[in-house]
Design a protein around this ligand. Sequence first.
Ligand code: ADP
Length: 734
Amino acid sequence: MMFRQSAGMTSAPDARILLSLAAIIGVVVFVIDALTPLDIAIAVLYVVVVLLVASTGSRQAAIATAATCVALTLLAFAMSHDENYSGGSIARCIVSLLAIGTTSFLALRNQANTSRLQEQIQLLNLTHDAIVAYDMNDRITFWNQGAEALYGWSAQQAIGQRIHELTRTSSAIPLDELRDEVVRKGRWEGELQRVRSDGSTVVVSSRFALWRDDKGRPCAVLATNNDITERKRMEAELQRQQEELRATIDAIPGMVWSSSRDGELSYINRRWNELGITLGENGGGVWTSIVHPDDWPAMQAAWRGAIATGKPFENVSRIRHSNGTYRWMHIGAEPLRDADGRILRWYGVNTDIEERKQAEQALERSEAFLSDAQRLSRTGSIGTRLPAGDMWWSDEVYRIFEYAPDYTPGMELIVARTHPDDLELVRQAWDRELAGAPYVDVEHRLLMPDGRVKHVHYVAHLAAPQSAAIEYVGALMDVTERQVAQEALDRSTAELAHVTRVTMLGELAASIAHEVTQPLAAIVTAGDAASRWLNRAKPDLAEVGQSIGQMVRDAKRASDVIRQIRAMAQKRDPSQAVLDVNGIVRESIELVRRELDAARVELEARYVEPPPLVCGDRVQLQQVVINLVMNGVQAMSGVTGRARRMRVGTRRFDEHYGQVFVEDSGTGISEENVGRLFNAFFTTKPDGMGMGLSICRSIVEAHGGRIWAESQQGQGATVQFVLPVDKGYCDEQR
Ligand code: ADP
């Protein structure tokens, strides 16, 4: 028997037609049976009536019809035979009754079978799966509601069609092979792609089962199909997402990896190609092969520790690349845990930090350089942020102030070390910083707890402001040694200046003697005159008074000269006073006038008015002027054939400096010598010491000034110096 889908229960119109037909046949059979004397078992035809009624599916109707047919057969028998019952007619009646009974029995059984089948088909319809049966010619014999829903064709439309043509089946393997496999193995399962009635494509998961007849011949295939289009789409989406994730992981500028909970590498991204590593069987041996042998023990210990404790892993090691070079890498990993907190696996990333490492090393090196340089030069750095007063000190600053490095830097620490006499200077500098001065420069002393005194020089400038706060970047120099050396130098300069002055006085002895003897002679002369006026018979007191006045003036002049000579000869420290430059030049010329006269020098003196006032030591500055004048006189001593002219005077150099110049018409200075004139021991004179101009430079520079020479050889020379005009600080310094 073949599984073939029936139309189910007969529909109502069909049933009516069948019943009518059955009634007509029944009536015709009865009429012929009862009324015609035919010697045939016409009543057998009642089976047609029974079959027709049974085919409507109604059990009661079939039973009733069978009973009616039996009754009609018996009635017709009675009607047609009166009392004469022949043996033949009885036999015909019995045959008819047997036929009706057997047929009714079979029809009822068939009806029961059909309804059972119908129920089973209804059950098959209940499933969501699409169930299709087709014969060995692929013709559809069964098409459940699931198939209708899945493919869109009704059972009526589908039954009788060729399944693969109707649904345009396509599969990974050719359909012929598929059929062969079903026949060979009796079943097949796999994915098929089909087209629905509306033209859309559907992917189904199909299971085929072969149905064989009693003789074992294949006769039909039962196929159950599930729509897996959505699942396939999800799978494709998942696949796409996985590929995207993989591409993303590959694009990460780091080496991504995962490992089992016990640390064996199980996944590495494409970046690992740079190391020439592809993950083979032995995931555990990868690290040992790429980590620098010197770094491996520490890394191994850290990794083991992380695996044991489950804490995130972090390590910095050198990793070998495929070209054989090692690069510093940061290796970090985090564990992935399940709901119970058990570690499932580790996920890690290796990041190349070679550049950062090199930069760090370079920074460490330059910090070491800087720190060494600071120590050697005794210069520390101070960063100050105002108005809060936050400070940053370099190590050298701590050393200069002699504080332990754990002190928090601040102004109060500086004040605590500042020499009490210099506190005001430091406060002023601090106030200038608070006021935002672009540049601060202060030199002051420190008084250490053990009584030592240090000299420091602090300079700072306003850094480009990055925030609203004022920031100073400054340098603090320990200038104690320089200061001590400077003081020693100043002392020796002063001593040298004294020696040269005394030498100079020796050279000027004639002039000085003249300067002194001349007023003394005048005094004697005036004394003589006075006594003559007195000794007259009638003394002329007015004349006497005049002579005495003259004597007093001359005595004063002599005493002035002597005072100056004494000052020159005296050995003492330089002093500071506000001085009139014109006065200094005048007095100096007085002292050497005799020399000028003796050398027949025509002197022209020019003084600027008002006289520039400078702050300094009178004797030292006179020494400079005398030195320059004497050099000029000496330079002109060999000149013959032209006037020996000297111009000495003062000028205003600019608003900050006053100038003194000594111009002669002597031999001049060669271009070569102009540069070394002021060097110690440079002299062109046979009996010269070469110290004069060198001392002049020390004195002028100690006064904050500058000295230089200009000359055209053969035309004479001009030696000049400038001194800063006193701005009122002189008194403070004294
Ligand atoms: P000294 O007079 O003992 O040589 P100085 O230092 O005073 O030492 O002078 C150094 C040298 O400078 C002199 O030997 C001389 O050659 C040169 N010199 C100085 N002043 C003049 C000048 N006015 N004209 C030419 N040469 C000069």
